[in-house]
Design a protein around this ligand. Structure first.
Ligand code: GSH
Length: 261
């Protein structure tokens, strides 16, 4: 029995959903309402002490951390292998997934989090909103969210985020000019890992970031035409949410564009 604690727009949860779909694994989806901070409830913190989605629960055992979950799934369900056999390609795969965990994910959070959370926090008194953010367990994440709450999309952390994205895309272009997939000749966990960060660009209409990068554009088309993308991400997005994201993304784009170096 596999359960996934999930949120539809969480890139890390999408990453896991993609792997589950690629491998045709059945699972139960347990939505976690991040806007209502259900992820900070005592019950959820028992499953995931960092208070983050996703958490995979296999036979009652909770496993946090999306990259760890994806490798575990590849170990448990090796029939559709998502890791290269070649050790050098495997190293390439892990360089990309490490870079997601260490840099692109935080950059994406700095851009995506305010789009969802600022309207929610705006409904609260300043005191209540600050008290809620003070409960975020990780100090780095807490500091980032406090800065975004206080300064909005003009916060330095948002400007840094869009530039981190841009550099990541530049490096992808170089790699994908020389090989079809991020780790080499085979579609791998590097590709499933990076795909959700392009969903973020798509849903907010920030695709100008790669429109002049032909190898990246071609990779996105090949990834988004996979059945796993439709099953794991495309169908999971409610239409009103997509409309709202397109609208708020268009409003934020001029500020982000002006921060590009
Ligand atoms: N390193 C973690 C990061 C997970 C993460 O950042 N999750 C976000 C959604 S993408 C979250 O739960 N945010 C809730 C919050 O910050 O309050 C992983 O890979 O699973």
């Amino acid at each position: 029995m596999i359960e996934l604690y999930d949120h539809p727009v969480s890139p890390c949860a999408q990453k896991v959903r993609l792997v589950l779909a690629e491998k045709s694994i059945d699972y139960q989806l347990n939505p976690v309402d991040l806007s209502a901070k259900q992820n900070l409830s005592p019950e959820y913190l028992k499953l995931n002490p960092a208070g983050l989605v996703p958490t995979l629960v296999i036979d009652g055992q909770p496993i946090p951390e999306s990259t760890v979950i994806c490798e575990l799934l590849d170990d448990l369900y090796p029939e559709v292998a998502l890791r290269p056999d070649d050790p050098f390609e495997l190293a390439q795969m892990r360089r990309w997934t490490k870079r997601l965990d260490e840099s692109l994910h935080a950059a994406c959070g700095a851009l995506q989090w305010p789009m969802f959370m600022l309207p929610v926090l705006a409904q609260m008194s300043e005191e209540d909103a600050e008290a809620l953010l003070a409960r975020v367990p990780d100090p780095v994440r807490r500091g980032r969210q406090q800065e975004l709450y206080r300064q909005g999309m003009k916060a330095p952390v948002a400007a840094a985020g869009v530039n981190t994205y841009n550099q990541f895309l530049a490096d992808m272009e170089v790699t994908l000019t020389n090989q079809p997939w991020l780790a080499g000749q085979r579609f791998s966990l590097a590709d499933t890992g990076v795909m959700p960060y392009f969903q973020t660009l798509k849903q907010f209409g920030w695709t100008d970031l790669y429109k002049d990068r032909p190898a990246v554009t071609d990779w996105v088309e090949r990834c988004f035409s996979r059945q796993s993308y439709q099953a794991a991400i495309g169908e999971a997005m409610p239409a009103p949410m997509l409309e709202q994201m397109a609208k708020s993304g268009a409003e934020a784009w001029p500020v982000l564009k002006s921060a590009l170096k």
